[in-house]
Design a protein around this ligand. Structure first.
Ligand code: AMP
Ligand code: ZN
Length: 464
């Protein structure tokens, strides 16, 4: 099999990827916290995971990919002292926490689909796995890694010698949060210790989400969910675990600590972390309000796949600054790509061996997508190659890039689009312009554009 090297956060170096089981990969991605809109910053990260997964598939591995949906226990500071994000979302939108979770999970899925991100093998809710988390905490308790306070069950980080190894921080340097809006448990023994189980007392006395446990009514902390769900679906040690760089110092340190104390062996071989999408030098985030959603992109008449193309132009471990000018630039380039591709001749020709070799080497070099895109332009402008071979080769590239070239190939709208079109015609007949506009937007999210004449609608592939 061809060689793939990844940068492993854990060893701070490039390492050749060798899976635990030959030909198979177990991969876990920390999923979204579904309390508010998915924004394009999140999507930079999930497109990065998608490229990773497609690359492994392209290299012949069967990937078992698990992603959790965090619908409980994630506090606004990523630790134990902030506000509960789900309760905050419920308050903001005047809905129940359950309604909020359902609505924003659907929004996340819709965004993933618009950007051609493949669905994980298991896309699972934390709230469906509470029993497993309780059992996990009990196990840690039996092994002596926890302590109880009137407010919570904590993991005792001083009992795990390697605590801090992933991020290279010393446990002594961990400080208690000092912000005024946080509530500190005076019985917490060490600032690095973290909650495994919150009791429904004190500031959480009225918490809506609650489950019975041997420690009383309560809810799990955020970190335990990923360890419990990863182990339930993928086993005690897995090949790859991914997340944003913000997860390194707290969330992933905590996952490692509790997992390795529970099993006595290594939790993850490869830790892969994606860098941020920024706006004017700051992380794009819900809390800063400096974010755009996929709907904002489509409302500006931009094909979601032009955004995917933009993201692929930067390496996943480098921060990327988002501007609409750069998105426009990517849109123009994407348009050029579609034009050139559409004019290539179709045939049974095979992909070019040399270019495929270089393509694989770029991917195997820690997922060098900017390198692959440069290679793609080189290929398309290569005078020595036949049009048919170019077409076959670029379609191979697109199995990993996911720029929708295979769909341009078959220029027939899927049933989902045709159904929406029919629904829109009914809305138009009854002069319901608002609904008709909404449906146009939904069709755009699926990559198609509606052109209206007086009493007819035509569709074509969404061209930038
Ligand atoms: P959250 O829903 O806040 O837990 O975020 C879901 C994922 O998106 C996490 O892995 C974050 O690291 C990642 N993420 C959040 N904001 C950004 C951003 N601006 N750029 C890249 N990744 C992000
Ligand atoms: Zn996680």
């Amino acid at each position: 099999m061809d060689v793939i090297k990844f940068w492993n956060t854990k060893t701070r170096g490039y390492e050749k990827f060798v899976p635990i089981k030959e030909g198979r990969v177990s991969m876990y991605s920390c999923g979204p916290t579904v309390y508010d809109f998915t924004h394009i910053g999140h999507m930079r990260r999930y497109i990065g995971d998608d490229v990773l997964k497609r690359t492994l598939g392209y290299f012949g591995y069967e990937v078992n990919h698990v992603m959790n949906i965090t619908d409980v226990g994630h506090l606004s500071d990523d630790g134990d002292e902030g506000e509960d994000k789900m309760e905050k979302g419920a308050l903001k939108y005047g809905k129940t926490v359950w309604e909020v979770a359902e609505f924003y999970t659907e929004y996340f899925e819709k965004t993933m689909k618009a950007l051609d991100v493949l669905t994980p093998t298991h896309f699972i809710k934390a709230t469906d796995h509470i029993d497993g988390m309780i059992a996990f905490v009990k196990h840690l308790e039996e092994k002596g890694f926890t302590y109880e306070t009137p407010q919570a069950i904590y993991f005792d980080t001083t009992k795990f010698k390697e605590y801090g190894a992933l991020s290279g921080q010393k446990i002594e340097d961990k400080k208690q949060a000092v912000r005024e809006d946080v509530v500190v448990d005076k019985n917490k023994k060490h600032p690095a210790d973290f909650v495994l189980w919150f009791k429904r007392v004190g500031r959480f006395a009225h918490h809506t989400m609650r489950w019975e446990s041997k420690w009383g009514d309560g809810f799990p902390g955020w970190h335990i969910e990923c360890s419990a769900m990863s182990m339930e679906y993928l086993g005690e040690t897995i090949d790859i675990h991914t997340g944003g760089v913000d997860h390194i110092p707290v969330h992933h340190e905590n996952e490692i600590a509790q997992s390795e104390c529970a099993t006595g062996h290594e939790f993850v071989h490869f830790w892969i972390h994606h860098n941020f999408l920024q706006v004017e030098g700051e992380k794009m985030s819900k809390s800063k309000g400096n974010y755009y959603t996929i709907d904002d992109i489509v409302e500006k008449g931009i094909n979601p796949l032009a955004l995917r193309f933009l993201f692929l132009q930067a390496h996943y471990r480098k921060a990327m600054n988002f501007t609409f000018e750069s998105l426009k630039g990517a849109e123009n380039a994407y348009d050029r790509l579609i034009d050139i591709f559409s004019n290539l001749k179709e045939s049974e020709a095979k992909a070019d061996f040399d270019y495929i070799g270089r393509f694989k080497r770029a991917l195997g070099d820690d997922l060098d997508t900017p390198g692959v895109i440069a290679l793609m332009w080189e290929l398309l402008h290569d005078m020595r190659l036949d049009s048919e071979i170019k077409r076959a080769t670029v379609l191979e590239f697109d199995k990993v890039l996911g720029l929708g070239l295979d769909k341009i190939e078959k220029d027939i709208a899927p049933k989902e689009v045709l159904d929406l079109l029919e629904k829109r015609q009914i809305a138009r007949n009854s002069k319901n312009w608002q609904e008709s506009d909404e449906i146009r937007h939904q069709i755009a999210l699926l990559g198609w554009e509606v052109l209206d004449s007086k009493d007819d609608q035509k569709i074509s592939r969404f061209r930038p």
